[in-house]
Write a protein that binds this ligand. Structure first.
Ligand code: SAM
Ligand code: SF4
Length: 373
C-alpha cells in the first residue's frame, strides 16, 4: 500500500473573528477547555512501527522548520501564562532523536518550576540520558513497549532494539522518573497474546502499563476495524491471568480507564478466597480511543514539530504559530491565534462502531508520528 500523506488545511493568515472568549483559556464551542499540551519536538523517528510509520520513513522536516529549544520554551510560556496550560508532554516522532532534548526540558523547567513535564519516547538511547533528563527537570516518562520478545519487537518496530528499550526503562526508574509508564499497542496475531505477560512484567517492576487501542493513524493506511484489538478484547485477554476491578476515583478527562489488578481466584476455589480483599497488585490502563471514545472530556491541545496548533489528533486543519512567532508577534497575538484554533475544535473524532467503516470517515492527512501521539 502506498504512503499517502496529502496536506492538512493550513490556516496562518490571521485568527479571524473566532468568537473565542478571551478569559476562558483554550475553550471550544462544545464546552471543553484544553489544559494539557502535547508538543512534538521532532517528526523524525529511528523506528518504523508498523501501526505508525511506513517502512521507508517519511520526508522529514528540514532542521530550520523545527521549533528551536528557545521557540519551544516561548510557546509553552504563552500556553501557561496566557492560556491556562497546566501540564506538558513532549513527544515526537522520537524526542530522543533531538540532541538538545535536555536543553528543551531545562528551558521549560526554569521558566515554569511548577509545571509537570513528561516525555513519551520509544526508549532508544534512554539508558544513557535518563539521568540527565531527570536532572534537567523532567517529571515523568512514558516508554512505548509492545512486546518482550526480541523477534516480535523486530517484526513490529522493524528494528532490532528490544534490549535498548528494556535498559532505558530500568535507567528511567533508577533516575527517579517514577512511576515509569509503559505504552503498548496490541496487534492481532502479532503480540496480542502477550498482554498478560506484559502486565506481569510491568507489575513486578512497579511500572504502570497502559494499552492503547490501535487507531487509524498509520501512514500506510493499513488499519481495519476487523483487525484492531478492542479494549474489551484486551480486558478479556488479561482476565486469563488477572482479575480486574474498576480503579476507584474520578477519571477527570484522563484518556486511560484504570483498573485495579488482582490475582485470579484459583480454579475451583470459592469466590471469596482468603486475601481477596487485599490491596491490588497494581493498576493497568486501557485507552479505548476507538471503541469507547472520550472526546466529550478531552483536555488536549497539540503543537506539531513545525509549530502548528492541532485541536485534535484527527483534525484536518492546522493553524500556524511559528511563522507568527518568528515575525516578532507578541505573546498576546500568539495566544489569540492559538485560542482561535482551539475554539474550532470538533466535538468528536467521528470514530464510533460504525463511523470508520462508512465512506464518510476520512483519515487525517498526517500519521501519528507527524502529529505527536
Ligand atoms: N516515538 C515515541 C514513542 O513511540 O513513544 C513518541 C511518539 S509515538 C507517535 C506516541 C505513542 O503513539 C506511542 O506510544 C505509540 O505506540 C502510539 N501510537 C503510534 N501510532 C499509533 C496508532 N496507530 N494507534 C495507537 N497508538 C499509536
Ligand atoms: Fe516512531 Fe513512536 Fe511511531 Fe514507533 S510509534 S514509529 S517509535 S513515532
Amino acid at each position: 500500500m502506498g504512503v499517502s500523506l496529502g496536506l492538512p488545511q493550513i490556516r496562518g493568515a490571521g485568527p479571524g473573528p473566532s468568537g473565542a472568549p478571551r478569559e476562558a483559556g483554550l475553550a471550544d464551542r462544545h464546552g471543553r477547555r484544553a489544559t494539557d499540551l502535547r508538543l512534538s519536538v521532532i517528526d523524525k523517528c529511528n523506528l518504523r512501527c508498523t501501526y505508525c510509520m511506513p517502512v521507508k520513513g517519511l520526508p522529514w522536516l528540514p532542521a530550520a522548520r523545527l521549533m528551536s529549544a528557545g521557540e519551544i520554551t516561548r510557546i509553552v510560556d504563552v500556553g501557561v501564562r496566557q492560556l491556562g496550560i497546566t501540564e506538558l508532554r513532549l513527544t515526537g516522532g522520537e524526542p530522543l532523536v533531538r540532541a538538545d532534548l535536555e536543553e528543551i526540558v531545562a528551558g521549560v523547567r526554569t521558566a515554569h518550576p511548577q509545571l509537570p513535564v513528561s516525555l513519551t519516547t520509544n526508549g532508544i538511547g534512554l539508558a544513557t540520558r535518563a539521568q540527565a533528563l531527570a536532572a534537567a527537570g523532567l517529571s515523568r516518562i512514558n516508554i512505548s513497549l509492545d512486546t518482550l520478545d526480541a523477534a516480535t519487537y523486530r517484526a513490529l518496530a522493524r528494528r532490532d532494539r528490544l534490549a535498548q528499550v528494556l535498559a532505558g526503562a530500568e535507567a528511567a526508574a533508577a533516575a527517579g522518573l517514577a512511576p515509569v509508564k509503559i505504552n503498548a499497542v496490541l496487534m492481532r496475531g502479532v503480540n496480542d497474546h502477550e498482554a498478560p505477560e506484559l502486565l506481569a512484567w510491568a507489575l513486578e517492576r512497579g511500572f504502570a502499563l497502559r494499552f492503547i487501542e490501535q487507531m487509524p493513524l498509520d501512514a500506510d493506511h493499513g488499519w481495519t476495524r476487523a483487525e484492531m484489538v478492542t479494549a474489551a478484547q484486551i480486558r478479556h485477554r488479561l482476565s486469563t491471568r488477572f482479575r480486574l476491578t474498576p480503579h476507584p476515583g474520578a477519571r477527570d478527562g484522563a484518556p486511560a480507564e484504570l483498573w485495579d489488578v488482582h490475582p485470579t481466584t484459583p480454579a475451583g476455589a470459592p469466590e471469596e478466597v482468603p486475601g481477596a480483599g487485599e490491596a491490588p497488585l497494581g493498576t493497568v490502563g486501557v485507552i479505548a480511543s476507538v471503541t469507547e471514545p472520550f472526546c466529550a472530556d478531552c483536555k488536549r491541545t497539540r503543537i506539531t514539530a513545525e509549530g502548528r496548533v492541532r485541536s485534535c489528533l484527527f483534525s484536518h486543519e492546522e493553524v500556524e504559530l511559528l511563522p507568527l512567532l518568528r515575525a516578532g508577534a507578541t505573546d498576546a497575538e500568539l495566544a489569540e491565534r492559538w485560542r482561535a484554533a482551539m475554539w474550532a475544535k470538533p466535538a468528536a473524532h467521528g470514530m464510533d462502531h460504525t463511523g470508520l467503516d462508512s465512506p464518510d470517515y476520512v483519515q487525517p492527512e498526517r500519521p501519528m508520528s507527524a502529529i505527536g501521539g
